[in-house]
Ligand binder design. Structure first.
Ligand SMILES: Nc1ncnc2c1ncn2[C@@H]1O[C@H](COP(=O)(O)OP(=O)(O)OP(=O)(O)O)[C@@H](O)[C@H]1O
Length: 241
């Protein structure tokens, strides 16, 4: 579903090599965790996948579509929730969700069904006719999540999705992620919360200083490290080498 092949990206005319010749493959039906210390290159990678940044070299395929050759088609498979989402806060929640549904051409019946389902899960029903600017931070995050799910994307990409969500909402989001994978869709997300990654990811890639230093299932990662007790141990051992 997502293939990143030998991708590199530098900033400041090559002075900062943010992503250095990385290759990642996240398959259909997989929750894929993207881990790495601050400044490792996670957000830069994600922005290249969703088409916000252009790689200096390498290729990215989404559902087999080269995201530089046919960016609109590639984007049609993706939903992206950034780490600090900007939202049109003068709109009401329902106006925003209808706007997102219009952008992706979601039929009236499908959007009604999905909006109903996710408003119920995230307990946003009572506020949906209020302007988003009146929402708490967590409520804004939830309306962005619903907007991202409205076209039922094949590839759901989230940058640090658990930050700012209360425990129940984080739990609900993890359930949503899991359910999507059961339906054969793919979730690719970055996180610093290693316990979450360990629990829900089918596969994991660890990036450090722009390079992928480990990739695979928990079992495969364990084989690459001496201290195998938890993902935290593995992560610290591999990133401090
Ligand atoms: N617009 C930019 N201009 C210059 N350097 C940048 C820019 N964006 C990121 N960088 C640098 O590129 C490197 C990778 O940054 P990136 O934001 O991709 O890391 P990250 O893994 O997402 O970090 P964090 O966990 O802190 O969010 C860092 O050295 C960062 O300072």
């Amino acid at each position: 579903m997502l293939k990143i092949e030998n991708v590199s990206k530098s900033y400041n005319k090559g002075q900062i090599k943010a992503v250095d010749n990385i290759s990642i493959h996240a398959k259909s039906g997989e929750i894929f965790g993207f881990l790495g210390p601050n400044g490792a290159g996670k957000t830069t990678t994600i922005k290249m996948v969703v088409g916000l940044l252009k790689p200096d070299s390498g290729k990215i395929y989404v559902n087999g579509v080269d995201n530089q050759k046919d960016s609109i088609k590639a984007k049609s498979f993706i939903s992206y929730v950034p780490d600090a989402p900007e939202v049109y806060d003068r709109l009401t929640g329902i106006e925003y969700l209808n706007f997102m549904a219009d952008v992706y051409g979601v039929s009236k019946e499908e959007r009604a069904e999905r909006i109903e389902k996710y408003l119920e899960i995230f307990k946003l029903k009572d506020a949906i006719n209020d302007p988003i600017k009146s929402y708490s931070h967590g409520m804004q995050q939830k309306v962005v999540l619903i907007g991202a799910l409205i076209h039922d994307p094949q590839l759901f990409i989230l940058d640090e999705p658990m930050v700012g969500l209360d425990p129940k909402s984080a739990f609900d989001l993890k359930e949503i992620m899991r359910k999507r994978c059961e339906e054969g869709k793919t979730v690719f997300f970055s996180t610093h919360v290693l316990e979450v990654a360990e629990k829900i990811c089918d596969r994991i890639a660890i990036i450090n200083k722009g390079k992928i230093i480990a990739q695979g299932t928990m079992e495969e990662l364990k084989q690459q490290s001496v201290n195998k007790e938890s993902l935290e141990n593995i992560f610290l051992e591999l990133t401090e080498k």
